[in-house]
Write a protein that binds this ligand. Structure first.
Ligand SMILES: Cc1cc2nc3c(=O)[nH]c(=O)nc-3n(C[C@H](O)[C@H](O)[C@H](O)COP(=O)(O)OP(=O)(O)OC[C@H]3O[C@@H](n4cnc5c(N)ncnc54)[C@H](O)[C@@H]3O)c2cc1C
Length: 463
């Protein structure tokens, strides 16, 4: 069958399997049907629920303003799929085009989409992580249980890690009047995604809202009582903080272990794919029948020097899923690249934070509008004399403009005057990101170029 003939057949009666039944998986399924895929569609998800939305879990759900059941993702259209929920995919046979399931079943495919996302990184010491009162927050069940504990009025909540999720949890606690301590290894919150200058603003914001913020410290141990409930956290500066709820917010781990031994280019940094979302095998050869989308994917982006980006962004999961689905049922000349400009939002302590581009690549930063001191501003990041990212605190209406500057590789500092530029915005300052080799909590964009350590290869030179 020719390429065109195969795609016509695939669209009519092929078998598509999607592993990961969440945001990316659902949006891909809808796109497949929207674009005329009439064959069989199987959705495999290890959670027992139909796809739900995660951003409200650390916001409205923790505050009790929305129940976890109300986070179900709205459906854009019917997808007529066979749902295999509550069962994990445990293996992939690329040659036989088969996915193995935890219940022993096997599902065959003609095209496969992998959208298995990430999971919360647990507290590394198992016996401490298992103490009653120690939580992570990634799933609906996590949010229900954490909300229940917060509603019970704990004496103090202790949050480990001041990335976006940790900071949002601290914010939700303060909004409910709960005493909260946040411990962060870096010098300020949000330093990984936004750098030290903006981190200082985030630190001030937390303290003004009554958070007991401890920066530049590591948590060395969690202590339980004789009944197995957590009662304190010990810090590297010898401090001890008594707390009956501890939330571990140490970033995420990519769900790729199930692909071990499959020969796919999958590892701890995610699954490498090309700009058309086609997965690479471990030799760096692109596959034609396996696609990747969402938090688990890492793909090269021309705007950012073809670096492989791993994004934990809601908008990226949606767009990449749409592109992947389109490409899965298109002939090569009709395929599209995934060229989404990264964008992220967060709300905490009554402030709406939005970013575009890749701030964490920024060497310098210019406060183009507003003022850091007032906590309402737009800051632009520069990398090698071009605009690479921007972040706004309670001032998002200009972000689209800065997105345009990123897309057109505009020079940094931006040459135009802005209506609201203050003296502090006259000159760029170092953006103050930590050494990238030192992991920080909660970066939402990771530059994840090829790591030879992902897989051991022995090359035999030709004679
Ligand atoms: C608390 C919280 C707050 C957030 N807030 C924001 C925000 O404000 N703004 C923003 O832009 N983004 C936010 N995000 C990130 C956003 O939710 C993610 O980018 C998005 O969920 C990614 O979708 P996904 O489908 O790629 O992955 P996921 O949503 O992680 O879904 C992957 C699914 O695959 C399942 N799975 C994993 N392994 C297997 C397997 N072997 N077999 C079967 N199923 C498997 C997982 O259990 C999961 O259900 C937030 C995330 C969290 C957790």
């Amino acid at each position: 069958m020719t390429g065109d003939g195969y795609v016509e057949w695939l669209k009519r009666e092929g078998r598509i399997v999607i592993v990961g039944a969440s945001l990316a998986g659902l949006r891909a399924a809808e796109t497949l049907r929207e674009e005329g895929f009439a064959g069989s569609l199987t959705m495999i998800g290890d959670e027992p629920y139909e796809p739900y939305d995660r951003p409200p879990l650390s916001k409205q759900v923790l505050l009790g303003k929305a129940s976890a059941e109300h986070t179900a993702l709205p459906r854009r259209r019917a997808i007529d799929a066979r749902w295999r929920l509550g069962v994990a995919a445990t293996g992939l046979d690329m040659a036989a085009r088969r996915v193995r399931l935890a219940d022993g079943d096997e599902v065959e495919y003609d095209r496969l989409l992998i959208a298995t996302g990430v999971r919360a990184r647990p507290w590394p010491r198992k016996e401490e992580a298992e103490l009653d009162g120690v939580f992570v927050l990634r799933t609906r069940d996590d949010a229900v249980e954490l909300h229940r504990r917060l509603a019970g009025g704990p004496r103090r909540v202790f949050v480990i890690g001041a990335g976006f999720t940790g900071s949002e949890i601290a914010s939700a606690c303060r909004e409910q009047g709960l005493p909260v301590t946040v411990a962060e290894r870096a010098a300020a919150p949000l330093v990984g995604p936004l750098g030290g200058v903006i981190g200082e603003v985030a630190a001030r914001m937390q303290r003004e809202h009554g958070v007991d913020l401890r920066c530049g410290v590591m948590v060395t141990r969690l202590e339980g009582d004789s009944t197995g409930r957590v009662r304190a956290a010990h810090l590297s500066d010898d401090a001890k903080v008594e707390a009956d709820v501890v939330v571990v917010s140490l970033g995420a781990t990519r769900n790729t272990e199930w692909l071990a031994g499959s020969d796919l280019g999958a590892g701890p940094r995610g699954i490498a794919c090309d700009a058309g979302c086609r997965a690479f095998d471990f030799r760096g050869i692109v596959t034609d029948d396996i696609y990747v989308a969402g938090d688990v994917a890492r793909s090269p982006h021309p705007l950012f020097g073809y670096q492989f980006l791993s994004l934990e962004h809601w908008g990226n999961a949606v767009t990449q899923a749409e592109v992947a689905a389109h490409n899965m049922i298109s002939v090569s000349v009709d395929r599209r690249p995934h060229m989404w400009v990264p964008a992220f939002w967060s709300s905490q302590f009554g402030v709406n934070i939005k970013s575009v581009g890749v701030p964490s690549m920024g060497e310098e930063l210019l406060v183009a509008q507003g003022s850091l001191a007032e906590g309402r501003f737009t800051a632009v990041y520069g990398y090698q004399n071009r605009v690479i990212g921007a972040v706004a605190f309670d001032q998002s209406r200009w972000l689209q403009f800065y997105q345009h500057l990123i897309e057109t590789t505009a020079p940094f500092p931006p040459p135009f005057p802005t209506v609201d530029r203050r003296p502090e915005g006259r000159h760029p300052v170092p953006a103050d990101f930590p050494d990238p080799s030192v992991p920080t909590h909660g970066p939402t964009v990771t530059l994840s170029g090829y790591s030879p350590a992902d897989r051991r290869l022995t090359f035999t030179p030709g004679r």
